[in-house]
Design a protein around this ligand. Structure first.
Ligand SMILES: *Cc1c(COP(=O)(O)O)cnc(C)c1O
Length: 393
């Protein structure tokens, strides 16, 4: 084998569906010396991380910690711990991640009761009522807060009472919302929730913050069967992340350093300011795209600040535009998935990537590339419309 060269990745501008840009302080945390996973210093780092996570999740839940693994590991952890074979679970399917949830539910030996909406649209409380009425004894209802595959933003605040009245738990995927827009676990009555590190928390991929309230824990304690996954069995993992500090698996030390630093950055900025920044940059991008004759694809009034899916103009070459953005501008954006392949681009403005300069850059890069492909728009129209949003205060 030939000698492998030094690692030299390009400095990309990450405006896709994740990972997002990582702050140098987080990169520095990754390169600091290791301690053992039972070292008293690491135990303190774990406690601080749990406290910082409770603050972003806006919860008092004692059991709030990062699962070792990416967002999908958090998804799987929530389902395998709360579902037993034969249980019914209502799943909202309106994109890739609802579809993935259904697959995980089936692998638990449980029965998914599917509630469908067109990709890009959100669910109403009535749709949840209707789906619950099709169940005998629903164990839980799972919804995706921020559907990264479509850019749709699911309202959650009116769902808990409907779900709890049916005797079910309320589970939420907050992978692309946590740290970018409000996620109010306690106020919205969410019983179990998972997220990821590489979206709006701006940390590398590798951990999945989760939170379980007492009702979810009661369900876990009353299980008749063992949790199907040894690695993700929260009844064992909580003995390491809780008081007892019993070894289960070696915590990914460096990733936990990184998450703690990323959460410190969230704390320093403050949730309100951080959400406002995400909102403002989304509004400026949307205004710029509109001025260039491009429309956002998700349901009006339910568009995420963190992920913008935009309809590809009729005469544009999807793959060529994305390739040119990457090669000529170092900008990564996302392609459409599933039924949206070739129909939309997905422009992420998550965490450290959500900046005014990135918004203006991607608009002018898109204008340059699209105009060369024959798309008609007034030079500078996108950037100018976007600047107007910023100068409006
Ligand atoms: C990215 C994402 C996931 C999966 O996370 P991975 O880190 O890719 O495993 C799950 N749900 C949503 C909404 C996501 O955006």
């Amino acid at each position: 084998m030939e000698t492998v060269g030094e690692l030299a990745p390009s400095l990309r501008i990450l405006l896709g569906p994740g990972p997002s840009a990582v702050h140098p302080r987080v990169l520095k945390a990754l390169s600091t010396p290791l301690v053992g996973h039972l070292d008293p210093e690491f135990l303190r780092i774990m406690e601080e991380t749990k406290d910082l996570l409770r603050a972003v999740f806006q919860t008092k839940n004692a059991l709030t910690f990062p699962i070792s693994g990416t967002g999908s590991a958090g998804m799987e952890a929530c389902f395998v711990n709360l579902l037993e074979p034969g249980d019914e679970a209502v799943i909202g399917v309106n994109g890739v991640f609802g579809t993935r949830m259904k697959d995980v539910v089936e692998r638990c030996g449980a029965t998914p009761v599917v509630m469908e909406a067109e990709w890009g649209r959100v669910f109403t409380p009535d749709q949840v009522r209707e789906a619950l009425s099709r169940c005998r004894r629903p164990k839980l209802v799972a919804l995706v807060h921020a559907e990264t595959s479509t850019g749709a933003w699911q309202p959650l605040d009116e769902m808990a009472s409907i779900i709890h009245n049916a005797g079910a738990l309320f589970m939420v995927d907050a992978v692309t919302s946590l740290g970018g827009c409000p996620v109010q676990i306690d106020a919205w009555g969410i019983d179990a929730c998972y997220s990821g590190t590489q979206k709006c928390l701006s940390c590398p991929p590798g951990l999945s913050p989760v939170t379980f309230n007492q009702s979810a824990l009661d369900v876990l304690r009353k299980r008749k069967s063992k949790v199907q996954s040894w690695y993700l069995d929260v009844s064992m993992i909580e003995k390491y992340w809780g008081e007892e500090r019993v070894y289960h698996h070696t915590a990914p030390i460096s990733m936990n350093y990184a998450l703690r630093e990323a959460l410190r950055l969230v704390q320093e900025e403050g949730l309100t300011a951080r959400f406002h920044r995400h909102q403002r940059n989304h509004e400026a991008l949307a205004a710029g795209l509109a001025a260039m004759g491009m429309a956002l694809a998700a349901q009006e009034g339910h568009r995420l600040w963190t992920l913008n899916s935009v309809t590809i103009p009729a005469n544009a070459d999807d793959a060529a535009v994305r390739r040119q953005l990457l090669e000529e501008y170092n900008i990564e954006i996302g392609a459409g998935l599933g039924p949206l392949r070739g129909k939309v681009w997905r422009i992420g403005l998550m965490g450290e990537s959500s900046t005014r300069s990135n918004v203006l850059l991607v608009l002018s890069a898109l204008e340059d590339i699209l105009r060369k492909q024959g798309h008609r728009c007034t030079p500078g129209a996108g950037v100018s419309a976007s600047q107007q949003v910023y100068s409006a205060g």
